[in-house]
Design a binder for this molecule. Sequence first.
Ligand SMILES: Nc1ncnc2c1ncn2[C@@H]1O[C@H](COP(=O)(O)OP(=O)(O)OP(=O)(O)O)[C@@H](O)[C@H]1O
Length: 453
Amino acid sequence: MTDTILVVDDDLGIQKQLKWSFTDYDVVFADDRTSAIAQLRRHEPKVVTLDLGLPPDPANASEGLKTLEEIIALAPRTKVIVVTGNNDKVNALKAIDLGAYDFYQKPIDSDTIKLLVHRALNLFNLENENRILAKARPSMGRIIGNSESIQKVMRKAEKIAGTDISTLLQGESGTGKEVFARSIHEHSPRKDKPFIAINCASIPENLLESELFGYEKGAFTGANKTTLGKIETAQGGTLFLDEIGDMPIGLQAKMLRFLQERVIERVGGRAEIPVDIRLVCATHRDLQNMVAEETFREDLYYRIGEIPIFIPPLREREQDIILLARTFLNQYREEFGAKAKSFSEGAIQAMLAHKWPGNIRELQNKLKSAVIMAEGTVVQAEDLGLMAPRGENEPETLNLREVRERAESRAIRRAYQAADKNMSKTAELLGVTRPTLYSLIDKYHLEDIKTGV
Ligand SMILES: Nc1ncnc2c1ncn2[C@@H]1O[C@H](COP(=O)(O)OP(=O)(O)OP(=O)(O)O)[C@@H](O)[C@H]1O
């Protein structure tokens, strides 16, 4: 199906020019606010180009801005590119603040506007696809992510969820190891039994043993009554040992014995108590290395990690950054009754460029404060505590050649990520042939793409 674009402009000459520019799309027109809204309702265009100078006051942007507000209110997902008078930066920024996707200053250059529209359409389609995928989420219910790498991990987790296999979840802090552990439990036959989590790093070494195995009354000073440990509490369910790499070596031996024999002895007790649990462990440490250094038992390593799962860091899941950011934005907007509805292009670029050392947890925290701090409906890079990367709002962007170069470079990078680094798909998304794509990559020195980073 051909994509529909709405052009709102009262200048017939420009309408004609744009019609010829957008031969690949269905173009519908409107020349004032009322007809724009009628066309919007009727055709549900993905992208709108909107001249801010509309009748009855074409010399002024007020009618255009009003139209923009109505469009955003009615169809918030629509990408609106506002067209402003030459040098009318003030209104262009106002429009962005109201939720416009981008702005474009007159006079209209067909190639550039074509590129902008194409890019807006790609983004619209990508967001749409993300939304559909997020709705029809795979059965690992609470895990959000469309990137190929996370989908692979989800499929693996789904497969083992139904078994009693011990799983070792490895990944940096904040990548979602606990979320995965819970999902595995929820998709296992043990789902109606307890899920018990314990963080081996946060409990002092001398207490960890009794936390895990429980103790009998009188086992040590202060042991006033017999107390069940986490292992026993998880009876029939799943035990999640977080930061297993921090388990003291002495306790590792006791843990191994439990895993081999499936019975425990409480501290100070002599009875062997059978316990039926499924074990899921997690660590951000390099356990293999610890095994080599003899700080982690090799036999325990193999016992807990019958199937290891590696959760990739967020920076390697570029496609998920914006999806997660939008999810958190919506969640926090509701939670805090805030106004923020969308991200500025600068904010999106800044999020894509950031390395996310704290992974999803860091993204979550940044979003929470941004939603609270944002002044308008649009979250800016600064609200997130990030710097908009080069290419945003630089003064020399008025030079058309540079505008085009930057816009094309950005579109190529976007498409490359959206296409999961597949060149043929990238070319297809951009609507060019592969040789053209390669020559553009050379022309704009996008070496990182050439080397497949
Ligand atoms: N795929 C996901 N979708 C939605 N939220 C997620 C996802 N992964 C993680 N989160 C959220 O990110 C935060 C960090 O996740 P989690 O605690 O599972 O990470 P972790 O890897 O166990 O971290 P740590 O190693 O520091 O304990 C949590 O608030 C969690 O809800």
